[in-house]
Design a protein around this ligand. Structure first.
Ligand SMILES: Nc1ncnc2c1ncn2[C@@H]1O[C@H](COP(=O)(O)OP(=O)(O)OP(=O)(O)O)[C@@H](O)[C@H]1O
Length: 394
């Protein structure tokens, strides 16, 4: 996985003139959806590229399903537009144009709706027919897909009697029938047993090598395993767009004094994490020495932390004070460790430990969502452009 700080530094570098900016496979600009007077999603903007697996996170009601439905072309947007390899689609896109979008997209909807009166095989045949796949392509693709998702033994079973986990797998197979290059998956591992969860996650990673995958999930532990990038939504708005490691790092940088966080974070989009190291030295630093460290290249701040268990026991059983521990905050994209090591050597202070604090994705998610909840909710437009539940016909 990429180092988040390396990413921040790279993204801030100016592209060389001869390098054309890559065209995103899917992009959304100011996408929004209003249901009646309720603004469910507003100002959703991001660019997504082939080969990315993007996690879409957010608390219940954040707007994830609404966003995925708009991206899949099954729900009309009331604001903004999305584009597929540069071709723009907005709420007024015609059916023919939307069908072109749908041919490129595989969508696994929330709840995995199936046709109860059809068998698994009939379901996949039917979906393949709707996508206009030739008999030959169906013969090659469907058995392989059923094998990969372990549903071959249930091929002749009615969908109505499938267990929740198998319904999910059949729905995933339906989304993949036409071999789309964009996959939008709404909670794909919901209801699966632990072994199947692992198998589907591995499958998603495999599929993501050559496609773009956007996957909504409440299972935060699966995000670092399958995603290269995370979008976090709350109140219908996007509040974070970076790597899973960068999201986890937010939990550590939350512990950084707010004055530094605001000063440095604001310069990097507000939610950018600051790189943090836990440092243990052979002796305590004076105020003067702390000020001297905070001026080293790449250092934003250094603060003393109270170590858990303020004392330790030596081999002889003697109680010793714990080593002085500090939290060293780097500037985004910079690594202050060598400067610190040189300073310690000059000052004849032993640098016992300098460990990158990676943080905890669950803690970071909670903190971020709580912070986003404090922001005012988006105001709906007074005029209703569409009825509350108007959808795009499929
Ligand atoms: N068809 C609809 N008509 C009216 N309101 C809707 C409709 N669909 C969604 N909403 C509202 O839009 C908001 C966002 O819902 P959405 O289902 O997108 O959230 P979510 O993040 O997917 O939630 P969850 O994690 O619970 O699935 C909610 O307040 C929901 O009640």
């Amino acid at each position: 996985m990429q180092d988040p700080y390396a990413t921040s530094a790279a993204s801030s570098s100016v592209p060389l003139p001869h390098q054309p900016a890559p065209v995103p496979l899917l992009a959304s600009r100011g996408l929004g959806r209003q249901f009646g007077l309720h603004q469910a999603v507003s100002g959703l903007s991001f660019k997504a590229f082939r080969g990315e697996v993007i996690g879409l996170l957010g608390p219940n009601g954040a707007g994830k399903t609404t966003s995925l439905r708009m991206l899949a072309g099954t729900l009309a947007a009331t604001d903004g537009e999305l584009s597929l390899e540069g071709e723009a689609f907005d709420g007024r896109a015609g059916q023919r144009q939307l069908n072109r979008l749908k041919r490129r997209i595989g969508y696994l909807p929330e709840g995995a709706p199936l046709w109860p009166q059809l068998t698994v095989r009939e379901t996949l045949e039917c979906v393949a027919g709707l996508h206009g796949l030739s008999r030959r392509t169906r013969k090659e693709r469907l058995p392989a897909l059923m094998d990969r998702l372990d549903i071959t033994p249930f091929a002749n079973q009615l969908c109505a009697v499938l267990s929740k986990g198998y319904r999910r797998r059949v729905a995933l197979a339906m989304a993949l029938t036409h071999d789309p290059d964009i996959l939008l998956l709404d909670e794909p591992t919901d209801g699966l047993d632990p072994l199947q969860k692992d198998s589907v996650r591995a499958f998603i990673r495999e599929l993501g090598r050559e496609r773009l995958i956007i996957v909504s999930t409440h299972l935060l532990e699966e995000v670092p395993r399958i995603c290269d990038r995370v979008l976090v939504m709350a109140n219908g708005q996007l509040g974070f767009d970076d790597t899973p490691a960068a999201l986890a790092a937010l939990s550590v940088s939350e512990a950084v004094p707010s004055a530094y966080r605001e000063r440095l974070g604001a310069a990097h989009g507000g939610t950018s994490p600051l790189p943090v190291w836990r440092v243990i030295l052979s002796r305590e630093l004076s105020e003067l020495e702390l000020a001297s460290v905070s001026r080293l290249p790449g250092v934003a701040a250094i603060t003393a932390v109270s170590p858990e268990g303020a004392e330790r026991v030596s081999r002889s059983g003697r109680r010793l004070m714990a080593d002085p521990a500090y939290r060293l905050v780097g500037r985004p994209g910079q690594d202050p460790r060598s400067a610190l090591a040189r300073w310690c050597s000059y000052m004849q202070i032993r640098l016992d430990e300098c460990v990158h604090e990676r943080g905890d994705i669950e803690v970071a998610f909670r903190q971020l969502v709580a912070r986003m909840a404090e922001q005012p909710a988006p105001l709906p437009r007074v005029k209703r452009p569409l009825d509350a539940d108007q959808e795009v016909s499929s």
